[in-house]
Design a protein around this ligand. Structure first.
Ligand SMILES: [Zn+2]
Length: 426
């Protein structure tokens, strides 16, 4: 009975979310196509028609591709769950390994096999996106050699970082009694904090080169801005983002007052020093308003709820049978429960994504306002337009699509908010 209820809820959520995704995507594509022929009046003086049309074509190409990969993703999800894919994989791996090597080896092998198959299924889409779509619009700088090297390094990092944490969580699930989910949550949070520290210093350098910023005048400018805003920079670095993509970015990492600032080389080549300063001031605004901390706290709370839910459901037989998997009788079910949970929760999580996107857009307005106070608003506006143009981001998105998906407000709204002062915007 409960199993049937779970199956129906899952199928209903999947169908509704699919319908919603298709409706939103076609709205966005129609809206962009309809506005392809003219640059919006507010941008007529700054954006050329050719750039505007390139942005429209890029948005349409990504939109069509998105429809295809959304459909494929749903088919794969059904394949894993109700159509019996995960059940078959589980039986195969379990019968081959568990009797001889025990629960832990079997469960780790199941997770690894699942990750491997999932990666292989995703690979064609990733390749098409990088070597076809990004290539066609002049963004891709990735070579096949680099792609293979990245894939191998990614697998290696996955094994070195992923296997130990998976083993720890599985061990806690098996050994810590009925409150295991609380302990597992603690371990997961500790792991996330560790990654926050290790990522910039150990993992990111495996994939990119980081060199100290050589431009002395820009360094002086950035240091002055940081001091003015009450931050100390632990180091200013330039990252060779251009190795893979022409898209530009800048970010901060680090704890407390000492921040590591990373500029993509693509950003430095496109923006003037004062525009770089304004972009940085925007990023500092995120820290000043504690957006980063709020995001981490929110992630902690959401994962606690997730682990509590998993703690309850993983002990119910209907959780497995309702999603197309026969629970093991003589072996541990923990890896199976983790996989099912990771597969199915995003279907339901999709419905709260507009709430999170809305919060994120509010944060962007706050960071913009901070940047306008600490640096030049005109420079921030100019940088924003340049980045929009360089990334071929559309200036005419569909308003409903924006509400659902956009983590950043559309350029028109951000520029208007900067012109009119802050309060009006948020
Ligand atoms: Zn931002």
């Amino acid at each position: 009975m409960q199993a049937l209820l779970l199956t129906s809820c899952f199928v209903a959520a999947l169908l509704v979310s699919l319908a919603l995704k298709y409706w939103l995507a076609t709205r966005q594509m129609r809206h962009v196509a309809r506005h392809r022929d003219a640059v919006p009046a507010a941008f007529a003086a700054t954006i050329a028609l050719a750039a505007h049309q390139k942005a429209a074509d890029y948005t349409l190409a990504k939109g069509r591709f998105g429809l295809l990969s959304t459909g494929f993703g749903a088919a794969v999800l059904l394949g894993w769950t109700l159509l019996g894919g995960l059940d078959a994989l589980n039986v195969g791996v379990r019968d081959a390994l568990q009797p001889r090597w025990g629960d832990m080896a079997y469960q780790l092998a199941l997770l690894a096999a699942f990750a491997l198959i999932g990666g292989l299924l995703d690979a064609p889409f990733e390749l098409w996106s990088t070597f076809r779509i990004e290539q066609r619009f002049g963004f891709n700088r990735m070579t096949w050699k680099l792609y293979l090297a990245d894939t191998l390094k990614g697998i290696l990092v996955g094994v070195i970082v992923g296997l130990p944490i998976a083993a720890l969580i599985l061990w806690i699930m098996g050994a810590a009694g009925s409150l295991w989910w609380l302990w597992a949550w603690g371990a997961w949070m500790g792991f996330n904090l560790l990654i926050l520290v290790l990522y910039p210093t150990v993992i990111a350098p495996l994939f990119n080169k980081f060199e100290p910023l050589a431009d002395r005048s820009l360094e002086a400018r950035v240091q002055a801005l940081m001091t003015r805003c009450g931050f100390t920079a632990k180091g200013l670095f330039v990252m060779d983002g251009s190795r893979r993509s022409a898209h530009a970015n800048a970010y901060f990492t680090g704890f407390g007052a000492a921040k590591r600032v990373v500029f993509f080389d693509t950003l430095l080549s496109k923006l003037t020093p004062s525009e770089v300063e304004a972009v940085l001031a925007h990023e500092l605004g995120h820290f000043k308003h504690k957006h980063v901390l709020k995001r981490i706290v929110a992630m902690f709370a959401i994962s606690l709820a997730g682990f509590a839910l998993l703690g309850w459901m993983s002990s119910q037989a209907w959780f497995y049978t309702g999603l197309g998997v026969e629970p093991n009788v003589a072996a541990a079910n923990d890896a199976l429960a983790l996989l099912l949970f990771m597969l199915v929760t995003p279907v339901f999580g999709f419905f709260i994504s507009p709430v999170l996107a809305n919060l994120s857009r509010r944060h962007e307005f706050e960071a913009d306002a901070y940047a306008c106070a600490q640096a030049s608003g005109a420079d921030l506006a100019a940088a924003l337009l340049k980045l929009h143009e360089d990334n071929a981001a559309t200036l005419t998105p569909d308003p409903v699509y924006v509400k659902f998906y956009y983590s950043h407000p559309p350029a028109s709204e951000r520029l208007a908010a900067m012109r009119h002062g802050v309060g009006a915007a948020a």
